[in-house]
Design a protein around this ligand. Structure first.
Ligand code: NAP
Ligand code: ZN
Ligand code: ZN
Length: 347
């Protein structure tokens, strides 16, 4: 065991504050990473505030982790001291169930060990995330990070990147496909960049007129203001795929009307309250409503390699860890362009 510094929430209503935590000793298959940067995902806010229920405290959030390897176990083959490394939303899974065997550890039938607000596979030891100076992770759940990319701006790829890459790949996005991205935040801006890099014709669907110029710079070909009802008439029946990243409850039915016949809308955002869906919104046009959860480890590495090849990183605002509570407040006011990243050397 070793002591690590961290920022943690003690309860759903407490501000995040410094806390010393224990990290396990480096086992034979483990990699120890000195965390350089950690992104702030909206899921951190949902879980710190217990908006999904079942949150575990103290909670050290953070699942967009990048840094350098400082120690490796005797059996580790893929990493050596000094290498760049990343950790995303999972640190372990059963590795034997049908989902794990299909490289879909996020759907592990025994329940994956999520990076924080979860437990190790022993179901007892709480996991602590990346708002910390150090983490110890099994090599099988450690990602390789290209030195070509800006390291701080690479951190958000570990969640926002894979969460948007995976559905684009699953629904086989290709050149000329019409993709709508709903919500221009951390996930949304990565969806725009990745869909554009795959050759799609991308439309940003946003409540914020002020983000139009940015959306176009990120690679969107069109912009639809969703606070204007005319947008829904204009774009009706247009999209092959809609990627919905909104973090708050909203009317899915309106967006389903923007799909072409047999188009699919994929929910990525996890609003705390449910929203009714009218059967007619799906029946008319044999449309599909689906969802997607992060991505498996193999696909996460594929996404990181794709980003290195296409020079894709996140647009970030780098902040000292002491500003994390203020950053949460700003995210709730839709004031982030487009991902906060914590500089862990300030811890
Ligand atoms: P974010 O940076 O806060 O962005 C959310 C965006 O949604 C905002 O920028 C805003 O875009 C739009 N929005 C916010 N409130 C809205 C409202 N009341 N009505 C309409 N639009 C609203 O959040 P994020 O980090 O991208 O995360 C987004 C959601 O995805 C969260 O619920 C998070 O938990 C979830 N998530 C899911 C997965 C997964 O595996 N499925 C992974 C990571 C995160 P505009 O200003 O453009 O309208
Ligand atoms: Zn996340
Ligand atoms: Zn499994």
């Amino acid at each position: 065991m070793s002591t690590a510094k961290a920022y943690a929430a003690a309860s759903p209503t407490a501000a995040l504050a410094p806390l010393q935590i224990e990290r396990r000793a480096v086992g034979p298959q483990d990699v120890q990473i000195e965390i350089a940067f950690c992104g702030i995902c909206h899921s951190d806010i949902h879980q710190v505030r217990d908006e999904w229920g079942g949150s575990k405290y103290p909670m050290v959030p953070g699942h967009e982790i990048v840094g350098r390897v400082t120690a490796v176990g005797a059996q580790v083959k893929g990493f050596k001291v000094g290498d760049l490394a990343g950790v995303g939303c999972m640190v372990d899974s059963c590795r034997t169930c049908p989902s794990c065997q299909r490289n879909l550890e996020q759907f592990c039938e025994k329940g994956a060990a999520f990076t924080y607000n979860g437990t190790e596979m022993d179901r007892k030891t709480l996991t602590y995330g990346g708002y910390s100076d150090r983490v110890v992770v099994d090599e099988a759940f450690t990602l390789k990070i290209s030195p070509k990319l800006d390291l701080a701006a690479t951190a958000p790829l570990l969640c926002a990147g894979i969460t948007t890459y995976s559905p684009l790949r699953h629904w086989k996005t290709k050149k000329g496909d019409k993709v709508g991205v709903v919500g221009l935040g951390g996930l949304g801006h990565m969806a725009v960049k990745l869909a554009a890099a795959m050759g799609a014709e991308v439309t940003m669907l946003s409540t914020s007129k002020s983000k139009e110029a940015d959306a176009r710079k990120l690679g969107a070909h069109h912009f639809g203001l969703t606070s204007d009802e005319a947008t829904f008439k204009q774009l009706a029946g247009r999209f092959d795929l809609i990627i919905d990243t909104i973090s708050a409850p909203h009317d899915y039915n309106k967006y389903l009307g923007l799909l072409r016949v047999e188009g699919t809308m994929v929910l990525l955002g996890v609003p705390p309250q449910p929203t009714p869906v009218a059967a007619i919104a799906l029946i008319g046009g044999r449309r599909s409503l689906s969802g997607s959860l992060i991505g498996g480890i193999k696909e996460t590495q594929e996404m990181l390699d794709f980003c290195a090849e296409h020079n894709i990183v996140s647009e970030i605002e780098l902040i000292p860890v002491q500003q994390v509570n203020a950053a949460y407040e700003r995210m709730m006011k839709n004031d982030v362009r487009y991902r906060f990243v914590l500089d862990m050397k300030t811890l």
